[in-house]
Write a new protein. Structure first.
Length: 178
């Protein structure tokens, strides 16, 4: 599926009179119909397991995802679940931008991957969120799975609301990037 993002502008005849609007194509993006979108409330069981929501599991199955990686976000209080292909592409991109001969850049890469680990989904569609992960994001029992288009994020219910941008900032960022 292709999504065309653009702006509307007016055509004018020689007299300068505006007579019709048409979309001006500014960017073309290709997105799969299998994007992770929406937010779904879930609860941890007594062993720290949680079901990956059915709509997200279905997408993982349709995409033939064979592995998952979980990582705490570097700036915000949430966890990100990466399908293995997305994780590998992200690492490849990061490595291509860093100079392995520069000590600081090499340490940045090591630090980035040190906080990541494989995440196993059992036959029932559950994953185990280790206590260190739930403590870092402030989850006691209730959490949110939030789609991130090509990733899935996990938030504590309270921190999700606290982390949202105010309306003016949100609009400014969204409209500036389109």
């Amino acid at each position: 599926m292709r999504i065309i993002v653009g702006e509307v502008f007016n055509f004018a005849d020689e007299s300068g009179e505006k007579w019709r609007k048409r979309p001006q194509i500014s960017k073309i993006f290709s997105y799969s119909m299998m994007s992770f979108i929406g937010k779904i409330e879930c609860k941890l069981d007594s062993k720290g397991r949680v079901f990956i929501p059915a709509p997200f599991r279905k997408i993982l199955q349709q995409r033939g995802v064979e592995g998952l990686v979980i990582k705490k976000d570097t700036d915000n209080p949430y966890l990100t679940i990466y399908p293995m292909d997305v994780w590998e592409a992200k690492l490849s991109d990061l490595k291509s931008r860093l100079n392995e001969w520069e000590a600081e850049e090499r340490m940045a890469l090591i630090q980035y991957v040190a906080d990541a680990m494989p995440l196993e989904m059992d036959s029932q569609g559950r994953v185990l969120l280790q206590k260190k992960w739930t403590d870092v994001i402030g989850v006691k029992e209730e959490l949110l799975f939030v789609g991130g288009i090509d990733t899935i994020t996990i938030w504590s219910k309270e921190r999700f609301e606290e982390g949202m941008l105010n309306t003016d900032t949100f609009r400014k960022i969204i409209s500036a990037k389109s």
